[in-house]
Design a protein around this ligand. Structure first.
Ligand code: AMP
Length: 171
């Protein structure tokens, strides 16, 4: 059995020059590797109680739903504008050039819900920071920000302080 890392494929210059894209589709394409990765993500949560898992569009959905199922928690998608059908709240966040917006259903979280935030990659932390704000605006208590991969050289973890950040693989 190979390690989880062996199933992550580096794609040079995607989606633009200078970016090394961490592609997890080979991992998703292998059931044993997917099970290993899910176990590693669960191990970093330990026995902390979780009521809801929030996953970011789109690659946070893959393991977000699996994690929610294993934790006996609800899954909540955070999506790009105009995708969620019911009433939403939104957060605008800065990109390298310009801004982006993320939305969540306003009735998805109740005040006091213990929320795990999950995505595939933590890079600059802008996306996860916006999601933390959405969750906190709805009264959720963030248990942990939980990732498969963390790009240490971009210092995204600092941006998420004081929240607990855990990642299975660090680069
Ligand atoms: P950031 O907001 O900079 O932390 O970027 C995180 C979001 O962008 C996540 O939803 C990731 O899926 C995606 N992302 C950023 N950098 C990479 C990368 N090198 N490889 C794959 N996905 C990335």
């Amino acid at each position: 059995m190979k390690t989880i890392e062996a199933y992550i494929r580096d794609i040079q210059d995607f989606p633009k020059p200078g970016i090394v894209f961490k592609d997890l589709t080979p991992l998703l394409n292998n059931p044993e590797a997917t099970a290993l990765c899910l176990d590693a993500l669960l191990a970093q949560i330990g026995d902390k109680p979780v009521d809801k898992v929030v996953g970011m569009e789109a690659r946070g959905f893959f393991f977000g739903t699996l994690l929610a199922q294993k934790l006996n928690a609800g899954f909540i998608p955070v999506r790009k504008p105009g995708k969620l059908p019911s009433k939403t709240i939104s957060e605008t966040y800065a990109l390298e050039y310009g801004t982006d917006v993320l939305e969540i259903h306003e009735d998805a979280i109740k005040a006091g819900d213990r929320v795990l935030i999950h995505d595939d990659v933590l890079a600059t932390g802008g996306t996860a920071e916006a999601v933390c704000k959405l969750v906190e605006r709805l009264g959720g208590e963030i248990v942990q920000c939980n990732f498969i991969m963390q790009l240490d050289f971009l210092n995204g973890k600092d941006r998420l302080e004081p929240h607990v950040v855990r990642s299975v693989l660090r680069y």
